[in-house]
Design a protein around this ligand. Structure first.
Ligand SMILES: Nc1nc2c(ncn2[C@@H]2O[C@H](COP(=O)(O)OP(=O)(O)OP(=O)(O)O)[C@@H](O)[C@H]2O)c(=O)[nH]1
Ligand SMILES: [Mg+2]
Length: 361
C-alpha cells in the first residue's frame, strides 16, 4: 500500500491531485484544513492506494471480481463526491473540537469513516443550532445510529405449524457456529422447554460430528448427521414432531461465492429455513462486508456476532448493521457453553462506541 499526503488551496484541488497521482481507486484516509499564520487556508488530504509498484507480481483476479471492483469504485466515487459536496461540514468537523474529537474516537473504535461522517452531519443538523458539546453531539449521533439498526428475536415464538421451524447456523470457518448452536440449544431446551432436534451437515471437518454429538448427549436432545440433501430431508422428516430443529453446517471460506451457492442448494427443498449468519467480531471489516454480500441470495434471518471477548474494538459489528438491512439477534461473549451468549440490545451496541472500559457488560 502506498500512502501520500497532498496539500492544495482548495479541497477540490487536493482531491484532484489524489486522483491524478494515486488513481481513482485511492482511499481517502484523512482530510484537514490548515491555516498557516495569517495566510490563506490550505487543505491537506492523506490518501492511500493498493496499486502495486510497476513490475510487481499481480494477484490472480477471482472470477466475479469485476462486478465487485465496479461496486468498490462506485463507492469510492460516491464518497469523494460526498466529501466535495460537504465542504462546509468537513471544515466544521475539523474546526469544532468536540466534533473532531468524537469523529476520531469513533474511527478508533473501528467505525466506518463514511458512515460516521454521514451520521455526524445528520446529528449536527438535528441539533439545529444548539451548542455543540461532546455529549449533545454524541447523543444526537446515537439517536441517528439506532434508526439504522434492527434487532431480531428469532425464538420469541417457536411452534410446529407445518413441521418444525428449522434454524441453520452458517458462516465462515471457526467463527463459533457449533458452539453458538449448543448455547442456544441449552437455552431452548432448559429455559424454554422446547422440543428440539439437532442435525449436523458438517462431515467435512474431522471431529465436527463428535463435538456436536457430545453437546446433544449432555442436553439429551436427539441428534442426526446428514451428508446430502436427501439425507437432510429424511432427518427433518424424522424430527417432524419437534417444535424446532437446529442445523449445524460446515464452515467455509465464504469470500468464495461458489461456497455460498453450494450451501444454498442444500436448502432448496420447499421447507422454511431460518438462517443465522454467524460472524466473528475479530474479523476485518472488509471481509465481514464481503461475506455478507455473498449471502444476499439466502434468506438470512439475522446476524450473530461471536468472540466479542476477543477484541476491544467492536466497530465492525456496528458497521455491518448500518451497512446492511439484516437485524442482529445474538452476541457470543466467550467459550463457555451455555453461559457466554446474550441477546443483542440497543444499549449493548451503543456501548461499543465508548472506550473499552466504559462498555456495558
Ligand atoms: N472467545 C470466544 N471463543 C469462542 C466464542 N464462540 C466460539 N468460540 C471458540 O471458537 C472455537 C471454534 O468454535 P466452533 O463452534 O467449533 O466454530 P465453528 O464455526 O463451528 O467452526 P467450524 O465448524 O470448523 O467452521 C472454539 O474454540 C470455541 O470455543 C466466543 O464467543 N468467544
Ligand atoms: Mg462447527
Amino acid at each position: 500500500m502506498q500512502v501520500k499526503t497532498f496539500t492544495a488551496p482548495t479541497m477540490e484541488k487536493a482531491l484532484a491531485q489524489v486522483k491524478k497521482e494515486l488513481g481513482p481507486e485511492a482511499i481517502i484516509l484523512s482530510t484537514r484544513k490548515l491555516t498557516e499564520g495569517l495566510g490563506e487556508p490550505c487543505f491537506e488530504v492523506s490518501a492511500a492506494t493498493e496499486q502495486q509498484p510497476f513490475g510487481a507480481e499481480t494477484k490472480a483476479v477471482p472470477k466475479d471480481s469485476s462486478a465487485e471492483m465496479i461496486n468498490d469504485l462506485q463507492e469510492i466515487k460516491g464518497f469523494l463526491s460526498l466529501l466535495i459536496s460537504s465542504r462546509d461540514q468537513l471544515s466544521q468537523l475539523q474546526s469544532n473540537q468536540p466534533l473532531a474529537e468524537l469523529y476520531h474516537s469513533l474511527l478508533v473504535r473501528g467505525l466506518d469513516e463514511k458512515q460516521v461522517f454521514i451520521l455526524l452531519n445528520k446529528a449536527v443538523s438535528d441539533l439545529n443550532g444548539d451548542p455543540l458539546n461532546r455529549s449533545s453531539i454524541f447523543n444526537a449521533f446515537c439517536k441517528r445510529l439506532v434508526t439504522k439498526i434492527s434487532f431480531a428475536r428469532p425464538f420469541r415464538v417457536v411452534s410446529n405449524s407445518v413441521g418444525p421451524a428449522v434454524y441453520t447456523f452458517v458462516g465462515p470457518t471457526g467463527v463459533g457456529k457449533t458452539t453458538t448452536l449448543a448455547k442456544l440449544a441449552a437455552y431452548l431446551k432448559i429455559k424454554r422447554r422446547i422440543e428440539l432436534g439437532i442435525v449436523s451437515l458438517d462431515t467435512y471437518r474431522i471431529g465436527a460430528v463428535e463435538q456436536l454429538k457430545t453437546y446433544a448427549e449432555i442436553l439429551e436432545i436427539p441428534f442426526v448427521v446428514a451428508q446430502s440433501r436427501s439425507e437432510l430431508r429424511r432427518a427433518l422428516d424424522d424430527f417432524s414432531h419437534c417444535d424446532a430443529v437446529l442445523l449445524d453446517t460446515t464452515g467455509r471460506n465464504y469470500l468464495n461465492r461458489d461456497h455460498v451457492s453450494h450451501l444454498r442448494s442444500l436448502f432448496e427443498n420447499g421447507r422454511r429455513f431460518s438462517h443465522f449468519l454467524v460472524l466473528s467480531a475479530t474479523a476485518k471489516d472488509e471481509d465481514l462486508q464481503q461475506t455478507i454480500v455473498h449471502f444476499r441470495d439466502m434468506d438470512i434471518n439475522s446476524l450473530i456476532f461471536t468472540k466479542l471477548d476477543e477484541t476491544v474494538h467492536h466497530g465492525c459489528i456496528v458497521n455491518q448493521l448500518v451497512r446492511f438491512n439484516y437485524p442482529v439477534s445474538y452476541l457470543g461473549t466467550g467459550q463457555r457453553v451455555p453461559e457466554d451468549i446474550e441477546p443483542a440490545t440497543q444499549k449493548r451496541l451503543l456501548s461499543f462506541l465508548l472506550p473499552a472500559g466504559n462498555q456495558a457488560a
